[in-house]
Design a binder for this molecule. Sequence first.
Ligand code: UN1
Length: 512
Amino acid sequence: KKFGIKEALSTLGIKKSNSGTSTGHKWYRSTGKTLESYSPVDGNLIGSVVATDEKAYEQVIRQAEEAYKEWRKWPAPKRGEIVRQMGEAFRKYKEPLGKLVSYEMGKSYQEGLGEVQEIIDICDFAVGLSRQLHGLTMHSERPSHRMYEQWHPIGIVGIISAFNFPVAVWSWNTMLAWVCGDVCVWKPSEKTPLCSIACQRIAEEVFVKNGVPEGVSVLINGDASIGQLMSKDERIPLVSATGSVRMGKAVARTVSERLGRSLLELGGNNAIIISENANLDMSIRGAVFGAVGTAGQRCTTTRRLIVHEKVYNEVRDRLQAAYGQLQIGNPLDPAFHVGPLIDTLAVKSYKDALKKVKEQGGTFLIEGGVLKGVGYESGCYVKPAIAEVKNEFEIVQQETFAPILYLIKYKTLEEAVEIQNGVKQGLSSAIMTTSMQDMEYFLSHEGSDCGIANVNIGTSGAEIGGAFGGEKETGGGRESGSDAWKVYMRRQTNTINYGNTLPLAQGIKFHI
Ligand code: UN1
């Protein structure tokens, strides 16, 4: 069974060999190295993409600079109209794009569709936002003076995205940046370059139809070295980067060296606390989807379950039973719950992590392992594992991008929150409880230290309407909903004197 992959690729305009450099109107030649995209689903070569070399980079960044000069003159609601049409275009291509996401990245087709839905949702959000880029007005201390602030576009926004959300993360940044009047340069993960080509082609249709300036949406492809070019580039005032803590630190160092702005969306080590009075049906479902969805490769994946001692044994047994039901296989086939990891390198770090769990004193409830045989030829399919551990284990302190769930027992809620917060990362967290007191404590200033704190919901699957991101090593950035748009703009405070004298602030006297 082929699941219509060939048709999807041809609908999206993906060829065997593709240019990886574009300004949204034109594809550029480059002599960069070739990125080959192999599907983790079946190990087959899907297609290749020519990476951007320095010369092509220079050409497209200059084009982005030109585009910005024009684009910022478009009224924000007119830019919103372009984003509205983007939403329509992504609705039209939802199925083939969802399929490509699933085939190139390995998440289930349902989750692939969900990812495209996030693009559509952020488009809708951004259209409304284009009429709401509000500033405040203040009362001046001086007579006949008025003070207010306005938000102006910032310029070129660099976007570095990760393989696990190969299309949605681009859109959270881009759609907001566009209504704000910025232009975008996108460097996708070199593990999922074809998804970026598909998005760029879809965007191109809207640009050409509407006479949008060439360079509003620039695509570059390549490895970390091309990302580094962006981080160093003074023409790029904001770099938004999603990925590992190591990558984020490198980007932050380089960008802050030139006093640029960075928006960081890095690792998570997310936990669900299951309290003694939790609804266990909901808890088990939330924990299992959180731990094995996207094969444990979301930054919001549930990595730790912190369970009250009174319900610990029941939770453990029910989890074991639920894991026994999991079907692992081709993510395009709805019969399977869990697809592959992104590549064999990821399989290696999964295996290393399992080994370390054992060495550091963990006990496996469900042993993991790499799957072999028919249907698993890519070598990327692994069994979701569960281990009983201590929070202090070095391996538990790390984010392993794989379906390994750690179980930890607690006695008091204070202790549970301490465990939950006792890691370097601070992205997502959740409590399962029917106690109003537990819930409010968890959400209070003494509670979760994460950017996301949920009640009776798992740690993953955030809606685009909220600000998405986290604290500590997660990097502090916020993307998507709420007022996340502000990072894509510069704030200007304006004081206007409409009188005929020049009083100074702070009552300072100065006579000439
Ligand atoms: C990520 O894993 O990089 O909340 C983003 C979620 C998704 C986004 C995850 N909406 O799980």
